[in-house]
Ligand binder design. Structure first.
Ligand code: SAH
Length: 399
């Protein structure tokens, strides 16, 4: 069963309603159920061909009849193409070629496949040294996964771990479905990011094991941390904390409500010899900030989990971000910095900036934006899929 969908004419057809082809012609990869005139007689995960109301071919996608997004396109245009093993492997090779340009010798953990950002919806692959961790987000990518595994091996990755979506909560029992393909790599492993060492457990950690998307933002925090008192809220395994310590911070406080996350953070702090002092707290960050003094922290980092998991929760999430930013902006020392982030896909950068604006206004302090921050280059944003720009941040100077 290697020749997946190789015969164009054997594919079931998804026909769009009249006039609903515009976004597909603009290479937006998602088809919502409301745009579909005729559903293909296909199963969840099948590859289907997508057509206009007049039958013209628009591209190919993974069919997901049970999802709000009925089909995710991975190929556009009206050409007949072979969707064979080489087709999928060349997507991997293209992604790898880009990463080779971006990743330096000081870093051996990065995102190799960023779903729509690499024209490959429904799959994420993160690299930790010799280990590739794959998240299969839809049935369609699960079906072709044997080809991906083979392609990753051919690129030189020795170990492959598949992490199912359900098992990505922090240290939850790994569900059936999460597994090593072939050889098992003993966990945890130590990886380096800009030369900073981190211990990562891909089996039990959050997401694929580490939040690779904050790499550049952690480096930026490091650049400002020398001699400073730094508060890292929502610290997880201490990503920002380690960069601050490495850069010579006088003191770093890491706060996370998860005991396991703080355990990882302490393990990571122990990997290095730092001049500065580090202390961690298993506590709710809102509560911690409420008690925090206003004349102590030079730098406060606010990097919460996605408060808006879907479009319906945007209002509540906005309130959460506002309250958090009020606390951060209020507690930072005069002349200090607040690094504030949102990784909610449903809160775009304009809305996030408005939320932070209204938080700043409540504190009645002078707040200036020094930098507008985003996700790193190995998490590319497909220009036709603006939803892929999920991480946004602001570096704020507070008088
Ligand atoms: N900044 C981190 C990633 C943060 S992920 C890095 O660079 O790696 C978000 C973290 O917030 C998780 O570890 C989660 O346990 C923690 N968390 C979620 N809600 C929280 C709360 N109310 N108070 C404290 N920590 C919380």
């Amino acid at each position: 069963m290697r020749q997946i969908g190789s015969n164009l004419y054997a594919l079931k057809q998804l026909i769009l309603k009249s006039g609903r082809e515009r976004s597909i012609l603009n290479r937006h990869p998602w088809i919502f159920s409301g745009a579909v005139k005729t559903l293909p007689k296909a199963e969840n995960g099948d590859i289907v061909s997508v057509h206009t109301n007049h039958g013209e071919l628009l591209g190919f996608g993974f069919f997901s009849p049970n999802s709000q997004i009925t089909c995710r396109l991975f190929e556009f245009g009206s050409d007949q193409i072979e969707l064979d093993e080489n087709y999928w492997k060349s997507k991997l090779k293209n992604a790898f070629a880009l990463r080779k340009l971006l990743i330096t010798a000081q870093t051996d953990c990065y995102r190799l496949l960023h779903a729509e950002g690499d024209f490959f919806p429904g799959i994420i692959t993160d690299i930790y040294g010799e280990v590739a961790v794959i998240q299969l987000l839809i049935k369609g990518t699960e079906r072709i996964s044997p080809i991906i595994f083979e392609g990753l091996k051919e690129l030189g990755f020795k170990y492959i771990y598949v992490k199912t979506k359900q098992s990505t909560q922090l240290l939850e029992q790994v569900e059936e479905g999460s597994r090593w393909i072939g050889e098992t790599c003993p966990m945890p492993i130590v990886v380096k990011e800009y030369g900073v060492l981190f211990s990562v457990n891909v089996e039990t950690g959050q997401k694929t094991g580490f939040f690779l998307d904050q790499r550049e933002n952690r480096k930026l925090v490091g650049a400002w941390s020398d001699g400073k008192n730094v508060l890292n809220t929502f610290s997880y395994s201490g990503g920002f904390s380690l960069y601050a310590l490495e850069a010579g911070a006088a003191l770093v406080h890491s706060v996370d409500s998860s005991k396991d996350a703080i355990g990882l953070c302490e393990d990571n702090v122990a990997l290095g010899k730092w001049k500065g002092k580090h202390e961690s707290f298993i506590e709710d960050c809102f509560e911690f900030l409420k008690k925090a003094p206003t004349d102590f922290y030079d730098i406060i980092i606010l990097d919460p989990p996605a408060f808006a998991k879907n479009a319906r929760s945007v209002d509540n999430a906005a309130r959460g971000y506002k309250n958090l930013n009020i606390l951060g902006l209020d507690r930072v020392k005069k002349g200090g910095l607040v690094f504030t982030y949102s990784c909610s896909q449903h809160i775009d950068k304009d809305l996030f900036r408005k939320i932070v604006f209204s938080a700043a206004a409540e504190t009645r302090r002078n707040v200036r934006i020094l930098r507008q921050l985003s996700q790193p280059d190995d998490h590319p944003i497909n220009i036709y899929h603006p939803e892929g720009e999920y991480l946004k941040g602001l570096m704020l100077y507070v008088d």
